[in-house]
Ligand binder design. Structure first.
Ligand code: AHG
Ligand code: MN
Ligand code: MN
Length: 356
């Protein structure tokens, strides 16, 4: 009987990064069994579908220069923004992967004017999902990090589409993003902490690489589009001047990628503060509440950071329109608390000066 040869004793030992590989799908299932046993697998199927769509997107992002997928698709979306070809592809991938799940009642995408319900009776679906299929579109053609952002709610029993999609961010049951950067990372929360997975191209799986991510309680960067600063409300200008002149007794550098997911990911890992204030062009802020601010605010708070529009936590805002915009400030507790202190002080001064 042939004996099985012993493995060669020479040659590189198998480099094992960790005794156990935990894929995103396994982790989601573990999370569900531990925290949502009643979900019966539909929740993890949902997140697995999102993960699949992002693998399809990243395959295009990684070789965009070789495919006819760069540049504009020649259409404008509901926001009036020129759609890039990759916006359209990413949106299609998510609609396809999620549309097959009858647990999905409604999908809301940055690229679709109306909520998408697949013609199924809404009561068949348990979940409402929001996504920004391709965030940072202006950076695609210049090979700078872009991302995908998603947010998951339960559909309130018996709710119509409209009330199901206009829930405050505090009702989210999951949120996450994929950043297509120097590596492709999936970061998500279900309210039990924040976890990061790095896509291993060798096995085509998201593998757990950042267990229980925590945002540092202060940082050394602020992130804002300085070109617009003349039109920021005074409180934002006063806050930024304060950071630069030592209000928090720290030195700060400015970092601004122009892809929200990339600026968020750096802030999550290194701390600091990001601001997209009201500007002349966007008097309510540019970023969208339901598929940009809410999911990132959920993750920021789960990681020990904060996210506000100045008046209140982002997740407390009661939406009135699916594409509504909001001012957005998120980051480490130290910097966001300083911003809120400035905001309260300026609002009080403004109130006393108007009542004088
Ligand atoms: P999207 O590509 O999904 O439209 O998002 C673009 C957003 C966001 O990614 C980024 O923070 C912001 O636009 C940058 O805006 P400015 O170019 O005005 O700074
Ligand atoms: Mn975006
Ligand atoms: Mn987008």
């Amino acid at each position: 009987m042939a004996t099985i040869p012993h493995p060669p004793s020479t040659g590189p030992a198998l480099q094992t990064r960790r005794p156990l590989i935990v894929t995103a799908e396994q982790h989601i299932l573990q999370q569900q069994q531990k925290h949502f046993p009643e979900a019966g697998g539909t929740f993890s199927e949902l997140l697995a579908s999102i993960a699949l769509a992002t693998k399809m997107i990243q395959a295009k992002v990684r070789s965009a220069g070789l495919l006819d997928i760069l540049g504009s698709a020649g259409e404008r979306n509901v926001q009036g923004e020129v759609q890039q070809k990759l916006d359209v592809y990413a949106n299609q991938a998510l609609l396809e992967c999620l549309g097959q799940r009858d647990t999905v009642a409604v999908l809301v995408s940055e690229e679709n004017e109306e909520p998408v319900t697949f013609g199924r009776a809404p009561e068949t679906g348990k979940y409402v999902i929001f996504f920004d299929p391709l965030d940072g579109s202006s950076n695609i053609d210049v090979n700078v990090s872009v991302g995908t952002i998603f947010s998951v709610f339960r559909r309130p029993p018996g709710s119509e589409v409209n009330s199901a999609v206009l829930q405050p961010g505090s009702k989210q049951v999951a949120a996450g993003y994929v950043v297509y950067g120097s590596s492709t990372m999936l970061v998500y929360t279900t309210g039990q902490g924040v976890f990061g997975f790095t896509l291993d191209p060798g096995i085509g799986a998201y593998v757990l690489s950042h267990e229980n991510l925590r945002m540092p309680d202060h940082g050394s960067t602020y992130s804002v589009n300085e070109a617009q600063s003349d039109s920021f409300p005074d409180v934002y200008q006063n806050f930024l001047t304060g950071l630069r002149t030592g209000a928090l007794r720290r030195e700060y550098s400015s970092r601004y990628v122009g892809s929200l997911v990339a600026d968020f990911h750096r802030t999550l890992l290194k701390g600091g503060v990001f601001l997209y204030p009201p500007t002349k062009g966007y008097p309510s802020g540019k970023l969208r509440l339901l598929y940009e601010a809410n999911p990132l605010a959920f993750i920021a708070e789960q990681a020990g950071g904060s996210a506000t529009d100045g008046e209140r936590r982002i997740v407390e805002i009661q939406p009135h329109e699916i594409h509504q915009r909001t001012p957005l400030v998120f980051g480490s507790s130290a910097e966001v608390e300083e911003f809120q202190r400035c905001y309260k002080h300026d609002s009080k001064t403004a109130r006393t000066s108007t009542s004088a």
